[in-house]
Ligand binder design. Structure first.
Ligand code: BDP
Length: 616
């Protein structure tokens, strides 16, 4: 770090990220479907300035990489262009008109006709453009969105661009999942009245049988505000006036893991008796707390079971798809899991909403995966280049990371399913500079949200002896592959190593521990009577070994297997058509280990296997 005290992000404003919803005062139009599509260089110098000259069409939402048969598109590094025409409803005269892009991976530029109206960096969080002054009710406009997939040491996640001998630009990165890009989530056009609700924050508590709801509302005008809490039948259960305050809900029904219950907070901006704007924010009443080595939800010990996942399906890449959404949650339920981590980036808001409605617990992660140059030094963790330095990950990286944290919290702060923030996956937390890099980021997220515990997923090389940041966090999330990358095919040795390491973490830090990643690749259909890596039996035995160790450790509060399903990766000799650590195949068929996990997890209801904790 050039200057560890320099915290440029402190000046950045958080963008309010209220999810667009139709309300009595707002209308919402979905712009998904087929858009004209072209790769930069093939569609003229200023592709937004006229109709895109291209034979290609691309669906929104979807990653574009696997759609076409042309490898120049799949491997393209730089901008691609999406375009369509949009008609503003004629009834929107006098209304504010807003365009919202749920995700442009990793940078987006929005043009209305010839005019640039928004630009945003960060591939997994939404952004908006206020179009009120550039479009007219009843008229059409040409909407062009440029999307750039480049990763550098100033982006989150980071990457490197090189030029090959034949002049092609090549993208490399420090994570294994494929760098899918494009408009992988929805695009919306919506209206609000000129006086409108900008943001709503809800923080809930439990006071015996009463739920407390601290709310804060911001509006673009100074006008009276009324809030009303409605239960799931639409009955009003509490009301208050003013932009901040506390509602009390008697005989509250809490939001519980496996047993969701949602209220609505109706926020109204008033002009006398007239409602100028109305916005509805769903919320659940629940508390989260870390006490000693316990993770408490609603004051009761909770044990996480589930997975690290990916947004990854055949052909769509990272494109959000409600079919896989429903099916993945069904499989989560079938296997008896109660949680997942949004490894390694914020997921589509539809996923978060579904988790809220169905009582699935979420550890919500930023896209900060790969802040670790020791990994490129091979599995020995040999450091060939310092991870944190002015030439590598520096204060610009840190500022991008801070922006990613701000946007994640702004988007997801009201989700009851989100019980913990994870601010990075496998950073080089044992290397000089890690503490200077991370301490301000931990301060930042605690300032943005003082209510949720914070964690990071610790890499194998960061041990209880050399890790420099673990004390800054509430929960220790460990990614460990004993029996796979270390002591491969020797589960007895792996068990000894794992046991010893976990004891060390408990003794040094005395914090709750979650195994945030443990897993072994398995090729479906490959079997053996011996401990043979890549077989279905070995994956099952590997998990069983881990579980024996977890169950002996009293500080253990959860296990999330790597990974829910097989997923696509960049090319590499460690991968056979992707990462095969899935418990389900990429098309969601169970491997043998799925049945074993189901036997272990079903019926636990948030209790530790064999443990004495009460159900959460
Ligand atoms: C861990 C990473 C995860 C990888 C996994 C693996 O956190 O993203 O997919 O290893 O190698 O280091 O399977």
């Amino acid at each position: 770090m050039t200057d560890p005290l320099h915290r440029p992000y402190k000046q950045l404003e958080t963008t309010p990220m209220l999810k667009p919803r139709p309300t009595p005062t707002r209308e919402l139009i979905n712009l998904d479907g087929l858009w004209r599509f072209g790769v930069d260089g093939s569609v003229g110098d200023a592709p937004w300035s006229s109709r895109l000259d291209t034979p290609l069409e691309a669906p929104v939402p979807a990653s574009y990489n696997d759609l076409f048969t042309d490898s120049a598109i799949r491997d393209h590094v730089g901008w691609v262009w999406y375009q369509r025409t949009v008609r503003v409803p004629r009834g929107w005269d006098g209304q504010r008109v807003v365009l919202r892009v749920d995700a442009a991976t990793h940078e987006g530029k929005v043009y209305v006709d010839d005019r640039l109206v928004a630009q945003h960096v960060g591939g997994y969080t939404p952004f908006e453009a206020d179009l009120t002054d550039v479009v007219a009710a009843g008229q059409e406009f040409r909407l062009t969105i440029g999307v750039n997939n480049e990763l550098t040491n100033e982006t989150i996640p980071p990457g490197t661009i090189t030029v090959s001998a034949d002049g092609r630009r090549r993208q490399t990165y420090l994570h294994d999942f494929y760098n899918y890009a494009g408009l992988a989530r929805s695009v919306w056009l919506y209206s609000t009245p000129p006086a409108y609700v900008q943001d709503v924050t809800v923080v809930t508590g439990l006071d015996g049988a009463t739920g407390t709801v601290d709310y804060t509302v911001s509006t673009n005008v100074s006008a009276p505000v009324r809030v009303r809490a409605l239960d799931d039948t639409g009955r009003e259960v509490a009301t208050a006036d003013g932009t901040r305050g506390t509602l009390r809900i008697d005989d509250v029904t809490p939001w519980r893991p496996g047993k969701a219950y949602l209220y609505d907070l109706v926020v109204e901006v008033l002009d006398g008796e007239d409602v100028m704007d109305s916005y509805s924010q769903p919320f659940g009443v629940r508390t989260v707390e870390v006490r000693g080595t316990k993770f408490l939800i609603n004051g009761e010990p909770f044990y996480f079971t589930g997975f690290g996942k990916h947004e990854d399906t055949p052909v769509r890449g990272k494109g959000h798809d409600p079919v896989y959404l429903v099916h993945d949650f069904q499989l989560t339920d079938w296997i008896g899991a109660n949680s997942f981590r949004t490894s390694h980036y914020p997921y589509a808001e539809e996923v978060m909403d579904f988790a809220d409605r169905h009582g699935i617990v979420v550890i919500d992660e930023t896209a900060a995966v790969g802040l670790n140059l020791a990994v490129t030094g091979g599995l020995a963790g040999r450091v060939t280049q310092r991870t944190f330095s002015p030439e590598t990950f520096n204060d610009k990286t840190q500022a991008a990371h801070a922006a990613a944290i701000r946007e994640l919290v702004a988007r997801d702060k009201n989700h009851p399913s989100v019980v913990m923030w994870c601010i990075a996956n496998e950073p080089s937390s044992n290397e000089e500079g890690a503490r200077e890099y991370f301490e301000p980021l931990v301060d930042l997220i605690r300032e943005l949200d003082p209510t949720r515990p914070v964690t990071y997923a610790a890499v194998m090389f960061a041990t209880f002896k050399n890790d420099l940041i673990a004390d800054l966090f509430d929960v220790l999330s460990l990614n460990r592959y004993y029996g796979w990358y270390v002591a491969t095919g020797d589960l007895a040795t792996a068990e000894t190593y794992l046991e010893g390491e976990l004891r060390g973490w408990v003794e040094r830090f005395g914090k709750p521990i979650i195994m945030a990643e443990y897993g072994a690749d398995a090729m479906p259909g490959l079997h053996s009577v011996w401990d043979q890596p890549w077989t279905e039996e070995y994956q099952e035995d590997y998990l069983a070994m881990n579980h024996r160790v977890f169950d002996r450790n009293e500080a253990f509060v959860g296990e999330q297997v790597w990974n829910f399903a097989d997923f696509q990766t960049s090319n590499g000799i460690h991968r056979v058509d992707g990462n095969r650590k899935g418990i389900f195949t990429r098309d969601r068929r169970p491997k043998a280990a799925a049945h074993a996990l189901r036997r272990r997890w079903t019926g636990l209801n948030g209790r530790k296997p064999g443990g004495d904790e009460r159900p959460a």
